[in-house]
Design a protein around this ligand. Structure first.
Ligand SMILES: CC(C)(COP(=O)(O)OP(=O)(O)OC[C@H]1O[C@@H](n2cnc3c(N)ncnc32)[C@H](O)[C@@H]1OP(=O)(O)O)[C@@H](O)C(=O)NCCC(=O)NCCS
Length: 147
């Protein structure tokens, strides 16, 4: 059975295996730990105690921000990212967020398509926002109103 629950410190080892496998520029364990400590919404999606993916959301002064979302490579394209995103959007609503923002690499067409399907709209462009294997890469900024 697949369920979504809060991320705990002891999950970070399993989270880092996915993060290191999927991302060219992975977050460090300390970043995940800090997000838990400051009280951001940090969620893991698991099946029979195995972490399949995770998503993190911060909400400040009515503004939500999806900080990270990632699935094991072999569990992508099975609707789990959609499920995790819907969970984070529900949490954002509970935390009285009016709008949720996120950034995505211009090259990440799959994630971009997922966000557009979930009702996010393009609201900006940040030049050279991300490190990339060839230098820097631009970000597309998307937002979804929850009002
Ligand atoms: C992006 C990510 C979270 C999406 O989760 P997912 O479980 O694979 O996505 P879903 O199965 O819910 O896909 C929903 C829709 O999004 C789009 N989509 C998602 N991944 C896609 C891909 N790799 N290529 C093309 N379209 C994709 C499709 O429209 C898809 O619908 P379809 O499968 O019916 O065509 C996941 O692929 C992932 O972890 N990628 C690596 C990390 C990453 O890029 N994170 C986002 C950083 S901004």
């Amino acid at each position: 059975m697949i369920n979504i629950r809060p991320m705990r410190e002891e999950d970070i080892g399993g989270v880092m295996i996915i993060e290191n496998e999927v991302c060219d520029f992975p977050w460090t364990p300390g970043i995940f730990s800090d997000c838990i400590k400051v009280g951001y919404t940090c969620s893991v999606l698991e099946e029979n105690d195995e972490i399949l993916g995770y998503g993190l959301l911060s909400v400040t002064a009515g503004e939500g921000h999806i900080l990270n979302i990632c699935l094991q490579p072999k569990r992508q394209r099975q609707g789990l990212g959609t499920r995790l995103m819907k969970h984070l959007l529900e949490q954002a609503q509970i935390l009285k967020s009016d709008t949720v923002y996120l950034e995505v690499r211009v090259s990440n067409k799959g994630a971009y398509d997922l966000y557009r399907k979930l009702g996010f709209n393009v609201v900006g462009h940040r030049k050279d926002y991300y490190p990339s294997t060839t230098g820097r890469e631009d970000a597309i900024v998307l937002a979804k109103s929850l009002k």
